[in-house]
Write a protein that binds this ligand. Sequence first.
Ligand code: B12
Ligand code: SF4
Ligand code: SF4
Length: 380
Amino acid sequence: MAFSLEQLRRAISKAGFLAAAAMPAVEFSDWRQVVLSRPGYEDFPSLPSRADPRASLAGARSVIVAVWDYSTIPTPRSGRGKVARLYLSRSDPPEQGDHPAGRLMEQFFKSRGWKFTAALPRREAAVAAGLVQQRRNCLGYLPAGHSFVSLFAWAVDAEIEPGRLLRQDTGAVRATPLTGFVYPGARHDPCGGCRLCIDRCPTGALASPYVLDPCRCIDRNTWRAGESLPRSLRSDLGTRIYGCDVCQEVCPFNRRVLSAAPASAPPGEPDFDLARLATVGDEEYHAVWAKYFVYNPDRNDIRRNAVVAIGNAADPTSLPLLGNLLSDEVPVVRGHAAWALGRFATPAAKQALEAALARESEPAVREEIAAALDDCAERA
Ligand code: B12
Ligand code: SF4
Ligand code: SF4
C-alpha cells in the first residue's frame, strides 16, 4: 500500500520547507541527454549518473523534492555583493543531511526504515514535479514567484502517494494529489522578449537562453580548490568571492523579493572585510568562515579570491597589503597578489613587482609577476 501524502505532509511541515512533492522514481533521461551533449560539464563527471534513481538505489520507487526558501533568511550585510545569498544564508550544504531541514527529513526516512539516496538532478526533479519553472537564466522559479530557493531531493524505496505540498500564508501545509504525472513535461519559455540575465552575466557564461557554460560561471570558479583562477575571468569577478547572484538580481521576476526590506542580520555576524579575508589564519577560518565557504575547507582558496577582489576594488590604500602578500608562503596567493598589483600600475606597484621577481623562484608565480609587469606597462 502506498504511504499517504498526509504522513509526508507532517514531516515537510516540521522541517520548515516551503513546498514539496512526491512523484514516481522515473529516469531523468532528457536531462542526462542534455548534460552529455553540452560542453563544459566535463568538470562534473558524476553528474550524468544521477539521472536514474533506480541505478543509485536498488528498489527506488518514489522521488521526494523539497523547496527551501532562503529569500527571507537574515544574512550578514557586509557579505552582500561578495558572497552569493545561497551561501550567506547557508542554504547549500555539500550533503543535504548537513542542513537542519534535510537532516530532519533523513531522520524521518530512517525512522520509517526507508533506504534513500540523494544522487539526483534536483532542479530537474523539481521542474518535473511542477514545484518550480525554469527561466532563461536556468534558475527554477516558484510559480508566480522568485528564484531564491534551494532544492532538495531524495529517492526512497517506498511508494508514496504522488502529490504536492504547499505552505500557505497561515503557515499550514496543504496537500494536493498529483495526477497524470509524465516525464518529461512540456517546456514553455516564460521570458517573453527579455534577455537581461544573458546580457548582464559578467563573464558571458549564459551563452543563450537556458544554456550555461559552467566553466565561465563565477560560481564554479570561486570554489576552485588549490588552483589559480583563469586570468581571463579575474577582472569579471569584481568583488565577488563566493558564488554570484547577478543573473537572479537583474531578473524582473525577482524584483519584488529583492525590494522587500532586508531582515537585519543577527548580532555578532562577521564582517566580510576583504583585507581580513585575504590574510585570515587557519583557526579563525574554521571558527568563523568555513560555514559560509562550504566547498572550500582550505582557507587559501578564499584568500586567493579575496586578493582578486581587492585588485578589482582598486582602492590605493590596499597597495601595502598586496605588496606584503607578494611574500606570502602560499604560491597561489603570491601569484594573485601580483595580478592585483598589475591593475594599479603605479610606480610603487611596479617597484614591488620588480623586487618580487628578483627573489621569486616558483615558475608559476614568476609567470604571474611577469604578466603583471606587462599589465603595468600597458596601463601606463
Ligand atoms: C552543476 C550545478 C551547477 C554548475 C552548472 C549550473 C547549470 N546551470 O548547470 C555551476 C557550478 C556553474 C552552478 C552554478 C549555480 N548554481 Co548550481 N547546481 C548544479 C547542480 C549540482 C546540477 C545542475 C544541473 O542539473 N545541471 C545540468 C544542466 C544541463 O541542467 P540545466 O541547466 O537545468 O538544463 C536544463 C535547461 O537547459 C532545460 N532547457 C533546455 N532548453 C529549454 C527550453 C525551455 C523553454 C525551458 C523551459 C527549459 C529548457 O533543459 C535542461 C535539462 O533539464 C544542482 C544541484 C543538483 N544536485 O541538482 C545545483 C543547483 C542547480 N544550483 C543552484 C544554484 C542556486 C546555483 C547558483 C545560483 C549559485 C550562486 N548563487 O552562485 C549558480 C547559478 C548559475 C546558473 N545561472 O545556472 C540551485 C538552483 C536552485 C534554483 N532555484 O534553481 C541548485 C538546484 C542547488 C541547490 N542548492 O538548490 N551550479
Ligand atoms: S551566476 Fe553569475 S556568472 Fe554564473 S551565469 Fe549567473 S550571472 Fe553569470
Ligand atoms: S532576466 Fe529576463 S530572460 Fe532572464 S530569467 Fe529573468 S525574465 Fe527570463
